[in-house]
Design a protein around this ligand. Structure first.
Ligand SMILES: *[C@@H]1O[C@H](CO)[C@@H](O)[C@H](O)[C@H]1NC(C)=O
Ligand SMILES: *[C@@H]1O[C@H](CO)[C@@H](O)[C@H](O)[C@H]1NC(C)=O
Ligand SMILES: *[C@@H]1O[C@H](CO)[C@@H](O)[C@H](O)[C@H]1NC(C)=O
Length: 230
């Protein structure tokens, strides 16, 4: 994707995750062909969040324990779903395993939010055709769980968030090299390693954690994922 496209993509991504869209009001027409309606809640002891703008044909299913599955097609729209916890933790080691098969622009990430201050964060383990660090400001690198990650920030201005329309920072760790997409995938992410590295670079998360999930995201693409989170 080109830079200008990425900005649009990033805006769509952030709004996707942030806005509690009432799908019956806002996107009912699109959802007629969009598949699983957006929802959040708990499933088998895990918090889950599923959001779609309805433009893709997308199916999201909560499985047993920390498992979820989704598939999407149509090379249209934006969607993100996954399981984890609410509130998130600054010290959790998050394991994930399953299959991740994106075709086009997609991320597989530890994804969450804090308040005080409001921050949206990603620890990107794998991605499809587009590297999300391409259009962000590079701050440094960190070695966590035996891998190197690029650390980046971006600002979002008057953008949707867990607290409505706000201006806030995004913090990113992007695994370099990414874990190979296209089949089986697994990993273990000690979030404290990232959060401490971010703090040492002047990027302090907020004091209050909101949700923290292992998210699969698609943007104008197609793909499928079945991920077990623990
Ligand atoms: C969504 O909109 C419908 C139709 O106006 C309404 O009945 C429903 O209560 C709304 N749901 C939420 C969660 O706001
Ligand atoms: C997506 O998953 C659903 C539920 O498992 C399945 O019925 C459907 O055939 C799948 N669609 C594609 C395109 O794989
Ligand atoms: C995560 O995986 C590590 C080994 O990679 C293991 O020691 C730990 O118990 C696992 N944690 C959970 C919650 O499954």
């Amino acid at each position: 994707m080109k830079f200008s496209s990425f900005v649009i993509a990033a805006a769509a991504v952030a709004s996707s995750i942030a806005t509690p869209v009432n799908v019956t009001e806002g996107f009912g027409e699109l959802l007629a062909r969009g598949g699983t309606p957006s929802s959040t809640g708990t499933s088998n002891g895990y918090y889950y969040s599923w959001w779609t703008d309805g433009a893709a044909q997308a199916t999201y299913t909560n499985g047993g324990g920390g498992q979820y599955s989704l598939n999407w097609s149509g090379n249209n729209g934006n969607l993100v779903g996954g399981k984890g916890w609410n509130p998130g933790s600054a010290s959790r080691t998050i394991n994930y395993s399953g299959t991740y098969q994106p075709n086009g622009n997609s991320y597989l990430s530890i994804y969450g939010w804090t308040r005080s201050p409001l921050i949206e964060y990603y620890i990107v383990e794998s991605y499809g055709s587009y590297n999300p660090s391409s259009a962000a400001t590079r701050k440094g690198t960190v070695s966590c769980d035996g891998a190197s990650y690029d650390i980046l920030t971006t600002w979002r201005y008057n953008a949707p968030s867990i607290d409505g329309t706000q201006t806030f920072q995004q913090f990113w760790s992007v695994r370099n090299p990414k874990k190979s997409p296209g089949g089986s995938i697994s990993g273990s992410v000690n979030v404290a390693c990232h959060f401490n590295a971010w703090r040492n670079l002047g990027m302090s998360l907020g004091t209050q954690h909101n949700y923290q999930i292992v998210a699969t995201e698609g943007y104008q693409s197609s793909g499928s994922a079945t991920i077990n989170v623990a």
